[in-house]
Design a protein around this ligand. Structure first.
Ligand code: HQG
Length: 176
């Protein structure tokens, strides 16, 4: 029973991720928020369910606008063009990008592209990057010389839950 509940919440969380990051049919509010009422009225969520997803999400993917919980947004991962008030920050010396082995040749040739998202996503830990890579196939973790990128004037943004974002990673900053 507990497992069923967990699976149900995970499935709802995936639906929510799509609705908050990629739904091109919705006119997002300022700073990437979506009206909670819309999710309740049109997408079958209850307010309690949303609260549970926000509280229990293992990566802290979502947040409410304030304690009234009228609006909700994803903290990173968007393909829709929204400004979720990411903080510009100086990165740690090294960041990691998890990807699939089959993308390696292409990445070493062209660099890491943001593909369909607004930014390239980077992790602070190898463990996290492995998980990210596994979503695409046999994982491989690339070490990124974030300090040198930063010294070269390349901008980094960080989400409130510690995911690092940048426009593009040139292959010269990648160590395998
Ligand atoms: C790859 C998830 C070939 C890139 C994760 C990646 C993350 C290239 C894929 C967040 C390439 C894009 C983002 C090139 C990049 N040639 N392949 N030149 N440049 N790629 O899903 O980083 O769990 O858009 O390596 O945890 O995997 O949903 O990006 O494999 O934080 O919250 O193209 O999404 O967060 O895939 O994942 P994605 P990502 P959540």
């Amino acid at each position: 029973m507990e497992n069923e509940d967990k699976n149900y919440i995970e499935e709802r969380s995936r639906t929510l991720a799509f609705l908050l990051r990629h739904d091109k049919t919705y006119a997002f509010l300022e700073h990437g928020y979506r009206d909670v009422h819309d999710l309740v009225a049109n997408h079958g969520f209850t307010r309690e369910e949303l609260q549970e997803i926000v509280d229990k999400d293992c990566k802290g993917r979502y947040e409410f606008s304030d304690e009234k919980r009228l609006f909700i947004r994803a903290r990173y991962g968007h393909s829709v063009n929204v400004d979720v008030e990411l903080q510009e920050a100086t990165p740690p010396e090294v960041l990691y990008h998890g990807t699939a082995k089959r993308f390696l040749d292409s990445i070493m040739g062209q660099g890491i592209l943001k593909m369909h998202r607004l930014y390239v996503h980077l992790s602070e830990s190898v463990e996290e990057a492995v998980k990210v890579g596994k979503r695409h196939g046999e994982p491989v973790v690339l070490e990124i010389d974030a300090r040198r990128m930063s010294e070269d004037g390349i901008r980094f943004l960080v989400s409130r839950n510690g995911v690092w974002l940048t426009e593009f990673v040139d292959a010269k900053y990648i160590r395998k």
